[in-house]
Design a protein around this ligand. Structure first.
Ligand SMILES: [Zn+2]
Length: 149
């Protein structure tokens, strides 16, 4: 009975894992393609509304720069531009490695736990950073990224 339940668990975890990776993989490929096309001037960049009209940073601003900094191995610069990229990469790494380990080992141990606290922590840091960055810009005249001042 118990092994039957376990097989069901593995099957479900595996199908979820495949679906998540297909959808997320396609999204990452699409976003990467757009970023590369913009980077090399083949495609016009999509302007950020908050950036262009309100002259403040939106929570996503600096994301592309953070992505490239991370690709060059500069973790601190990446976090400085936008911590969401590095923290998001950590969350993805956690999910991928623990689900993979659970499915490959199949020893009855579960290495992956749905830690919603991690997601909330991510959102908290992401939004707090955006608020602090705009407060520094508007309230104190300190432009962290240097697009406006
Ligand atoms: Zn923006």
């Amino acid at each position: 009975m118990e092994s039957c339940l376990q097989e069901d668990y593995y099957k479900r975890l595996k199908s979820d894992f495949i679906i998540v990776n297909i959808v997320a993989g396609a999204a990452v490929l699409l976003i990467s393609a757009v970023i590369m096309l913009q980077r090399y001037g083949i495609m016009v960049g999509i302007p950020c509304g908050m950036h262009e009209i309100l002259h403040i940073y939106c929570p996503g601003c600096g994301g592309t720069r953070a992505f490239f900094a991370l690709m060059h191995g500069d973790v601190f610069q990446s976090i400085y531009y936008n911590p969401a990229v590095f923290l998001g990469a950590l969350l993805v790494l956690y999910y991928e490695s623990t689900v993979f380990l659970t499915l490959v080992k199949k020893n009855g141990k579960i290495y992956f736990y749905r830690k919603t606290g991690l997601v909330y922590a991510f959102l908290f840091i992401f939004l707090t950073y955006a608020i602090v960055r705009d407060y520094l810009l508007v309230g104190m005249g300190i432009d962290m990224i240097g697009d406006f001042l």
